[in-house]
Design a protein around this ligand. Sequence first.
Ligand SMILES: Cc1ncc(COP(=O)(O)O)c(C=O)c1O
Length: 402
Amino acid sequence: MSSIYNFDKIISRYQTDSVKWSMAERIFGEKDILPMWVADMDFPIAKEITGAIKQRAEHEIYGYAVPGPKIFEAVISRMKKKYGWKVKPEWIAFTPGVVPAIYAAVKAFTMPGDEIIIQSPVYRPFWSAVTDNGCQPVNNQLKLFQDRYEIDIAALEDAFRFSRHSGLVPSQARVKMMILCSPHNPVGRVWTKDELMRIGETVLKNNAILIADEIHAEILFNGSTHTPVASISPELEHCSLTCISPSKAFNIAGLSASAVIIPNPELRKQFNNAKNGIVPMVNSFGLVALEAAYCFGDQWLAECLHYLQENLDFLMDFFQKRIPHIKVIQPEGTYLVWLDCNGLGLTNMELRNLIRKKARLGLEDGFTFGPGGEGFQRMNIACPRSILTEALERLETAVNKI
Ligand SMILES: Cc1ncc(COP(=O)(O)O)c(C=O)c1O
């Protein structure tokens, strides 16, 4: 493929208040840490996005912003183009992030004590959005079968039927909501349409609300395809909130722009009420970046995905040949690689020490994602190949010394 962008280029991020780089020493307690934790990329973004931001900056007045028709149209045409999903403008609410949207949704649709299904190991704010709002997480733990994670549908049905924490009988079960990570961080699954249909049926059968976090939807490998769960049927549209954002795929997380698609007017009203006064609007630069990414960013995205796929292939090969005791759960999507380190025979703390102190890598401890994450580490591979190579070599050296 002919390329415009050079993803091999090393760009220092130390002077930019980057969470990933500036906080690494504090978080991991070591100097010279290679940070591969927070989910953003060490790549320069699409020139169309920088161009749009510069143009907006030149206006020189940065007052309150409200998304105009072009921003709505950017979201609508993206959903149509990518998934054939016909979204109406009135369905869309904008938020400065997916996490605040999830928190607002929990606040909107539950009461303290209610139960919410999540599927561990999973992105940590799913846990905190539930517990910070006084609700109870009900864990439908993912199952690892032949190196691929699957959803235990029978257990999901049970989770809805029998309220585990309250011990209520079926008719009184208090499971109000399920928060789905699709594609899934950290296990890298891109759920198939069939899997999503089965989740959807279960949610519908139990009159629950489905929050679908689809922030990683556009980062796909080896021909995987993403289906927005709500797009499967009008019934699923009716009971769901779909959180989307160009932030992960286009590397603009610091610009805080995301959208929530809520076809059901009653749910939309409750969601908007819950976020009013707490969740601010998207800022002017986030709005123009969102529009530029969705409307003009595809050349960059194709090149970026190509580079990420090569990073992934390189990493798979490296582990197989040089660090065979660590098994890579091959991601179908997301640039986050889930490493099964159980073959090293270490406790969680010994593994943490090996990664941080011996290898000097900033990876995420698997156990912090909840049950099923023990003995795993999550590695962000959205970086120049030379950095990835150095990280893998550091890990190899550390593992060889065990
Ligand atoms: C599944 C998932 N949801 C949400 C987020 C963060 O979303 P935001 O920055 O828009 O709040 C992340 C970031 O890593 C994520 O992996």
